[in-house]
Design a protein around this ligand. Structure first.
Ligand code: NAI
Length: 249
């Protein structure tokens, strides 16, 4: 490519949809893509936080539940020019495996796996028709290791599914101009980790196993997504980019 290397990271004018971006990691991803020049749509369940989040980065907001396949299809049909899709919406339930309620298992699988697939399928179709597009999902280091003794069997399984779905779609769509990758963050300081997890005991256990000895800040995940979304990663597909302070190494 004759372009200077930093130009490869510019995504000026491209339309990016980021799911679950009202707060946390998703918001920082949306902000980073906007700073790199994208027209950003934040698609999230939560309009109260999401509207203001989108306005703060010069983006637009759409209410979306990624588990509602009809709503995902309708949004993809209304936004046929999306070239970058970031599947970031995700939930966690902390329950010992033997006590996991049916609804917790299903909720985690439905948001983290079904939701990612519905968005890939519906937005991917227009990308394939155009012969150009980049999909990046937020998986997790929990999709690579079991995180014992943390009681998150459903979450871990769901994120492993995202990593392998990424490889599968990458293989199917590689010759048709659509790249599919994921990022796998380690523990990141967001509302998700604050809910019930961020206790002194938890910090002692988990930070002790993180070579860098700290949580990630949400803005530290965004550059990995920008790389994968941009032409800088033009020969990269099916990859899981780990951003975890050395946890899984
Ligand atoms: P968070 O809970 O702070 O934010 C999640 C966002 O997703 C919220 O704005 C929420 O409204 C939205 N959301 C939830 N269900 C949705 C649905 N059905 N449809 C549309 N939007 C929905 O979470 P956080 O920590 O920012 O996590 C973002 C992603 O990163 C998730 O996929 C999570 O699994 C993943 N992740 C988080 C890590 C962490 O330590 N915080 C580590 C590794 C991965």
């Amino acid at each position: 490519d004759p372009r200077p290397i930093l130009d490869l990271f510019r995504i000026g004018g491209r339309h990016a949809v980021v799911t679950g971006a009202a707060q946390g990691i998703g918001f920082e991803i949306a902000k980073g893509l906007a700073q790199a020049g994208a027209r950003v749509t934040i698609a999230d369940l939560n309009p109260d936080v999401g509207e203001a989040a989108a306005a703060s980065i010069g983006g637009t907001f759409e209410v979306l539940d990624v588990t509602d396949v009809a709503a995902v299809a309708a949004l993809a049909a209304r936004l046929p020019d999306v070239e970058i899709l970031v599947n970031n919406a995700g939930i966690v339930r902390n329950t010992p495996a033997e006590d996991t309620p049916d609804d917790d298992w299903r909720a985690v699988m439905t948001v983290n796996v079904d939701g990612v697939f519905w968005c890939c399928r519906e937005f991917g179709r227009a990308m394939l028709a155009r012969g150009r597009g980049s999909i990046v999902s937020t998986a997790s280091m929990s999709g690579m290791i079991s995180n014992h003794p943390q009681p998150q069997a459903a979450y871990n399984a769901s994120k492993a599914a995202v990593i392998h779905l990424t490889r599968s779609l990458a293989g199917e769509w590689a010759s048709r101009g659509v790249r599919v990758n994921c990022v796998s963050p380690g523990y990141t300081a967001t509302p998700m980790t604050k809910r019930g997890l961020d206790t002194p005991e938890w910090r002692a256990t988990w930070l002790g196993e993180t070579p860098m000895g700290r949580l990630a800040e949400p803005f530290e995940i965004a550059p990995a997504v920008l790389y994968l979304a941009s032409d800088a990663a033009s020969f990269v597909t099916g990859h899981s980019l780990v951003v975890d302070g050395g946890y899984v190494c």
